[in-house]
Design a protein around this ligand. Structure first.
Ligand SMILES: [Mg+2]
Length: 238
């Protein structure tokens, strides 16, 4: 019997419409340039670093484990720029780097998501399992609270807090432990085949791919809307 539904965050519950992520990165880059008195052309170097960083978020590997923490992301960037900020400058940059998403928050993937989660919560425990990037778990919690989503979750697992990322089975297993359920009593829902679907499978948790139109589903089972979760889980697994 399924007792826990865990959900991915980015592009499953929340998403950056249009070029919002790039706009945030440009603000971050300008701030770093100003604090460290860099050249105008260094903005391009910083923006290229951010694009490479996003690639490493989408392709987690042993080699890019440094990308788990915002602090180590910044240190990598400072190495590339050949600059060494003092402690006060580092702290000032880190704060803006992490909190820029509060000023330009993401949007819900589905307008009626709060109602969907409220309905799911009547039948299952709910957990969130998120690989974090430039925005750490503590800031994401604030964003979730502002969006009215935080109250639905029994367990929150953020990669920067446990220093493990999906698809590492450990992050799924820790979440089950926190929710007091066995892996075979859990279903994980997420938009990424490599990170969510295969990660859950490797932890012996049942996967469900979130593949909203116009995306073509690349794995089965899949859902096109989060509203289908309850029905699909009951039909397939109960
Ligand atoms: Mg995702």
């Amino acid at each position: 019997m399924i007792k826990l539904i865990s959900l991915d965050l980015w592009d499953t519950l929340i998403t950056d419409p249009g070029s919002l992520e790039e706009e945030r990165d440009l603000e971050r880059a300008k701030f770093i340039k100003n604090v460290l008195n860099l050249k105008e052309s260094d903005i391009d170097t910083i923006m290229k670093f951010f694009r490479d960083l996003v690639h490493s978020f989408k392709n987690p590997s042993k080699e890019n484990e440094w990308a788990i923490m915002p602090e180590t992301q910044l240190n990598k960037l400072f190495d590339i720029l050949h600059v060494r900020p003092n402690r006060a400058q580092f702290e000032e940059i880190l704060k803006v780097y992490e909190e820029e998403a509060l000023r330009k928050p993401p949007a819900l993937t589905e307008e009626d998501l709060p109602q969907t989660l409220a309905e799911l919560k009547k039948h299952f425990k709910l957990a969130l399992i998120s690989n974090t990037g430039r925005v750490p778990g503590r800031v994401l919690q604030k964003i979730l609270k502002d969006m009215g989503l935080l109250c639905f979750f029994d367990v929150l697992t953020f990669s920067d807090e446990i220093r493990r990322r999906k698809p590492d089975p450990e992050i799924f297993l820790v979440t089950c432990e926190r929710a007091c359920v066995k892996p075979d009593e859990a279903v994980h829902v997420g938009d990424s085949v490599n990170i969510d679907f295969i990660g859950a499978e490797n932890a012996n948790i049942r996967p469900l791919l979130y593949s909203p139109p116009p995306k073509e589903p690349k794995r089965t089972p899949f859902i096109r809307s989060l509203k289908e979760i309850k029905e699909v889980v009951k039909k397939l697994y109960d």
